[in-house]
Design a protein around this ligand. Structure first.
Ligand code: SF4
Ligand code: SF4
Length: 262
């Protein structure tokens, strides 16, 4: 796999699994912000699009040692995104301004190579035209396009919110390249009632994610693949950190100061 490109700004998220209650507020905030049409039958997995999905984990032990956790999973915004290199029409790209992996809907030809290449299963193909309940079209987010059927979509860290924050900084006479921590936050982070998600520039020591992503309890999903994701997780529980990378019984756990950063 090729080396990870370095960018001045690297937008990233740190999700504290020990704080997540699995309430699903992040999923709802994401659906609303990104104009994802509700499905007529929520249990129909073929039709449902979930840019943010919550997985339930457990330590596979019986009571009284049973323990469980919830893992919210957006696009991991890989530093080395396998989905980008397979796209034949450059409909997805690693944005060099902040490292967000883009999705350019009008270019996408729906071949779904990227869906197969993504090891995190975060890309969704729209099999059906979106259908919004009566009246809902009046409250769609104006900065997010509604996708037709036949293209692939995924989480973009609410990229439109970043564009807005940059424009606002310019309008206010401030530097759009040095935004304060709370100027740009994705909808899921804003909507989390437990404060389990922290967002910011992983390269900026003034942002909380800088320190959190380097903490001894931080880990990334499938770190062994060297995708160098910009989404980090944290947990004090070793069994949770182990499940993040599909460790085998005798493997040494990668975590905290031992894991490669960048
Ligand atoms: S489905 Fe679209 S984004 Fe994915 S590889 Fe094909 S053209 Fe590119
Ligand atoms: S998580 Fe999947 S869709 Fe997101 S950047 Fe990585 S490979 Fe691409």
């Amino acid at each position: 796999m090729s080396a990870v490109k370095e960018f001045t700004i690297r937008w990233g998220m740190v999700i504290d699994i020990d704080k997540c209650t699995g309430c699903g507020a992040c999923m709802v905030a994401c659906q609303t912000e990104n104009n994802i049409a509700p499905q007529p039958e929520a249990s129909n997995k073929l039709r449902s699009l979930n840019w943010m999905l919550i997985y339930e984990l457990n330590n596979k032990k019986s009571y009284p040692d049973h323990d469980m956790a919830y893992l919210p999973r957006p696009c991991q915004q890989c530093g080395n995104p396998p989905c980008v290199s397979v796209c034949p029409v450059i409909a997805t790209d690693k944005n060099e301004e902040g490292g967000i992996v883009s999705q350019i809907y009008p270019r996408c030809i729906g071949c779904r190579y990227c869906v197969a290449a993504c090891p995190y299963h975060v890309r969704y193909f729209g099999w059906f035209d979106p259908v919004f309940p009566e009246g809902m079209t009046k409250v769609l987010t104006p900065h997010t396009s509604v996708r037709p059927r036949g293209v692939v979509e995924k989480c973009t860290f609410c990229h439109h919110r970043w564009n807005y924050a940059k424009e606002k900084a310019i309008f206010d006479g401030k530097n759009p390249k040095d935004l304060p921590e709370d100027a740009y936050i994705p909808a899921c982070v804003e909507g989390c009632p437990s404060g389990a998600m922290t967002f910011g520039d992983l390269n900026n020591p003034k942002h909380k994610v800088y320190e959190l992503s380097r903490s001894k309890n931080a880990f990334r999903l499938l770190e062994k693949l060297h995708t160098q994701t910009q989404v980090y997780y944290m947990s004090r529980r070793e069994w949770v950190r182990k499940q993040g990378d599909n460790y085998l019984a005798n493997d040494k756990v990668i975590g905290g100061a031992n894991h490669a950063h960048g």
